[in-house]
Ligand binder design. Sequence first.
Ligand code: APR
Length: 234
Amino acid sequence: MKKIVFITGAGISAESGITTFRDSDGLWEHYRVEDVASIEGYWRNPELVIGFYNDRRRQLGSVKPNRAHLLVAELEKMYDVTVVTQNVDNLHEQAGSSNIIHLHGELMKATSTDNPNDPDCIVTLPSTDSVINYGDKAKDGSQLRPFIVWFGEAVPMIEPAAEEVAKADIVVIVGTSLNVYPAAGLVNYASRNADIYLIDPAPHNVPQNMGVHVIAKKATEGMEELCNLLNNKE
Ligand code: APR
């Protein structure tokens, strides 16, 4: 079986109704990214940040995976598929994908403020009543916080992700502006023989000199086109 690695970003969830980060006015759901998605922002106002992610989690409860997520999962019938996502939603899981690496954490998990990457401190929140309250404690006694990798924090999953990309026969980048490192550099780990596709209606920062096949379409349409291209190649 050939191996496909998907590198996905906010754009794959856009058609499910989750807003992307850099498409509108520089604000994310009316907040400045520095205030709600950086470790400094969390230290300045933990209550605000915890509440912000409670809202994002509530929003996640009302959206569904779209055709693009479903096609990524369906490709497992013919390929060994790994999804490396920058998204903190669980729409790839809901669509049925089996191998998912979350680079930037997971909305449905919580962890310790003092030891965010300690596996003993990471808990999955119940799907109902998935609220973190200011004052809730992690296993180590520190404030429970969202399990999100914020700007200014280490990205421990980047190494396993790079190892997967290096083994891929096909790499498909979907719906990311490729602005945020280290995720944006992952494609550089691809083998020289790998076929590389990029699906995005407004392609940004397209990697050069790698023969990237750009499909300038929304994720749902672009994934249909990718599946047709792959079928014709087999
Ligand atoms: N289908 C596919 N792509 C789309 C769609 C769509 N329907 N709508 C928008 N896009 C594309 C945009 O053209 C853009 O290139 O999705 C991309 C979204 O880019 P960003 O908003 O920058 O999101 P992303 O690249 O995932 O951001 C990376 O930044 O704030 C941090 O940690 C956060 O994981 C996030 C990281």
